[in-house]
Design a protein. Structure first.
Length: 553
């Protein structure tokens, strides 16, 4: 069950009990231009991009150039702060005090952000500026990463802003909601984004240190996040506990989770202290993800949605990667899985052992690598998928319609693989796709045929033919936005799409094609009309063809 703490003073974590001190720090960071654009401008494009890959050498080189040049005092002060917080370099106390005046090293030490080291001072946390997709500027504290400190990461490591957290932020639907849940908040990055469109956010984690980082970041960014640091509970509730235990009996409109989904070999003698809390949920195989997929709908309001990231195992003898995820989804839950990446057991082991810097200990690395291979082999795992998961608790009306006609696809249940680059942020396009599904679910074939369709603005057509051929052998429709799907057209769909200019209803175009191609003379079971109408529904579902929603309202 959840424990009641305010998390303002947790050992070995930033302190947020002194609100005035954090206010002074916020103003000092702003004064020295320690912002996303400020750091980017100071380092230059290439060094800045290298830091996003956790490669600090170009940044170190650039900072040395600045300190050894006749750069302005303002640039040198910012260089000191960047070296201290982003590169975890030791700096002189004098230079740090000058750069962050009136904040001093002593003040940073009291906040749990700094320590003395061999006559110099250094940061004990990573504190970096973050610019959200909507332009919101924040500072986010987390534990120092593997590229900033020696040795293997601590087991209760609090992860900063990484590829996974940014991916989740970009697929999170930003519609206004009353209550949102950030399950496994970590440093709090998803909560900060949620506060822009949720009246209240509940943030949970199994780690006290993680919740301490979240609280620190909330107080540090209070004005930007529109929260009162003296009364955080008015908009944010921090809860300690595992999975859904801290919110038992509560309901939410939106749930977001970047859970500890990493598949880790289990050992009979292990304890929670042996697990990396930021990535390892303590369950065998992909149990943490399957559990959440099955349980999250229980805390959703009717029509409520959830978005999360996850791994799933793909068995050696499986027919499809989606076999296991399909088993997790209840018949009364709507789900959309998008597989973005597939790794072999070897690639997977190397990725996550290096993630925790376990490769720095050769004996540990070899032993842990062997454990991964034995574990996957024992359970017949061929590969591991990673991707995005969207869930919704259907309305009572949708469930009734589904029960009356299970074949009408009223409930959204979709499993697809998209491994190429997509447009980010993806959330607006996913929201539109769900809206299209809901609209199509209301239409029977005759109603679909009555719509006036046009090709979406981002859709182009490609025609491929052998040299000298009179007709193309392949015709492809390609989306330029969103999920950027491609569809190989049949001659029938190509003719139909070419005629979709909004002047004729879909049924009129189909009848015209039928007349020209003499379809009506064919037996009913061979008439292309019926297959074409199914293809049209798919093209509308995927956003290749669009219609005026007022037509069905």
């Amino acid at each position: 069950m959840d424990a009641v703490f305010d998390f303002s003073s947790v050992p070995n974590a930033p302190k947020s009990c002194d609100i005035d001190a954090l206010s002074r720090l916020r103003e000092a960071l702003r004064a020295v231009n320690f912002t996303y654009d400020g750091v980017k401008q100071l380092l230059g494009e290439r060094a800045f991009e290298a830091m996003a890959r956790d490669m600090v050498v170009p940044g170190t080189y650039r900072l040395r150039q600045i300190q050894e040049s006749d750069a302005s005092a303002e640039q040198k002060n910012l260089a000191t702060v960047v070296a201290f917080f982003l590169l975890a370099h030791s700096v002189s106390e004098k230079n740090l005090n000058t750069a962050l005046h009136p904040v001093t090293f002593a003040g940073l030490k009291d906040l749990g952000l700094a320590e003395s080291h061999e006559g110099l001072v250094r940061a004990t946390v990573d504190l970096r500026p973050h610019s959200a997709d909507d332009g919101t500027e924040l500072w986010v504290a987390s534990d120092l990463g593997a590229h900033q400190r020696p040795g293997v990461l601590r087991k209760d490591h609090v992860l900063g802003i990484g590829h996974a957290s940014l991916t989740l932020a970009q697929i999170t639907e930003r519609t206004a909601v009353q209550k949102a849940l950030d399950l496994g908040t970590g440093c709090g990055i998803q909560t900060f984004h949620l506060l822009a469109h949720a009246q209240h956010v509940t943030a949970t984690d199994i780690s006290e240190r993680a919740l301490a980082f979240t609280r620190f970041n909330l107080v540090l960014n209070a004005p930007t996040l529109d929260i009162n640091p003296q009364n955080l509970d008015a908009r944010v509730s921090l809860r300690l506990g595992s999975l859904l235990e801290p919110v038992a009996g509560e309901k939410f409109d939106l749930v977001i989770s970047n859970p500890p989904f990493v598949i880790t070999p289990r050992k009979s003698e292990e304890t929670p202290a042996d697990q990396y809390t930021y990535r390892d949920g303590g369950m065998a195989g992909d149990g943490i993800v399957s559990t959440l997929v099955q349980q999250l709908p229980t805390v959703l309001n009717e029509g409520g949605r959830a978005q999360m990231l996850g791994n799933w195992e793909i068995p050696v003898d499986g027919e499809s990667w989606a076999d296991r995820p399909r088993q997790w989804v209840g018949e009364n839950t709507e789900a959309w899985f998008i597989q973005r990446e597939v790794l072999t057991p070897e690639q997977y082991a190397e990725t996550w052992l290096k993630d925790a810097s376990e490769n720095r200990d050769p004996q540990l690395f070899e032993s842990a690598y062997m454990d991964y291979l034995r574990d996957f082999s024992a359970r017949g795992v061929d590969s591991i998928g990673f991707g995005m998961i969207w869930l919704r608790k259907p309305t009572a009306a949708a469930l009734d319609a589904h029960r009356q006609n299970p074949h009408a696809q009223v409930l959204l249940q979709r499993f697809e693989e998209i491994t190429y680059p997509v447009q980010q942020p993806l959330a607006p396009f996913m929201t539109q796709a769900v809206a299209r599904h809901d609209a199509l679910a209301q239409l029977d074939d005759s109603e679909l045929a009555s719509l006036y369709l046009t090709a979406a603005e981002d859709v182009t057509e490609e025609r491929h033919a052998e040299p000298g051929a009179e007709h193309p052998s392949v015709i492809i429709l390609r989306q330029g936005a969103g999920l950027r799907r491609t569809v190989v057209e049949t001659s029938e769909t190509s003719g139909f799409v070419s005629a979709c200019d909004g002047e004729l209803a879909a049924g009129q175009i189909i009848n015209a094609l039928a007349s020209i191609l003499e379809w009506d003379e064919l037996p009913a079971d061979q008439n292309p009309k019926f297959a074409l109408l199914l293809h049209i529904r798919e093209l509308v579902r995927d956003g290749f063809l669009v219609f005026d929603e007022d037509e069905i309202n």
